[in-house]
Design a protein around this ligand. Structure first.
Ligand SMILES: [Zn+2]
Length: 135
């Protein structure tokens, strides 16, 4: 006799970000006090002056700048066939923070400061379902 355990994810106040991925839309949050934009989203502004003001959702254009990258040679069992992976820090246009995601580019073409576009896999609902390409 076995048991069936059912799990559900609850992303709390940043759930709209993941709901957006399903629609191939990128969302961030903006602080109404200091107007900083966060992607990955933050439910509250961490700036000391803003005293954890609750942020507002805004849709972002899926474009930005490659700030940094690394070649990943280790992975969990699930992704061993994908190695080596290139991970990049992408600052989406207009944002104050950077979002880490996989880069699907030739390693030799990478340069910090390059313009990139964020892409969504079919059925995207997790961070690993988005990736960036050079434009
Ligand atoms: Zn703020």
């Amino acid at each position: 006799m076995g048991f069936l355990l059912e799990y559900s994810d609850d992303w709390g106040m940043i759930a709209p970000f993941f709901q957006g991925l399903r629609e191939k839309r990128l969302y961030g949050t903006r602080c109404p006090a200091c107007e900083r934009v966060y992607c990955p989203p933050r439910a509250h502004c961490p700036s000391q002056e803003c005293r954890l003001a609750e942020t507002e959702w805004i849709e972002l254009e899926p474009r930005g700048v490659l700030e940094s990258y690394t070649l990943l040679g280790l992975s969990t069992q699930e992704h061993l066939d994908d190695l080596p992976l290139i991970l990049g820090l992408i600052r989406v246009d207009g944002c104050s923070t950077s979002l880490m995601m996989r880069l699907e580019v030739d390693f030799d073409d990478l340069v910090c400061g390059a313009r990139v576009e964020v892409k969504f896999r079919e059925g995207a609902c997790r961070m690993r379902d988005i990736y960036a390409v050079l434009v």
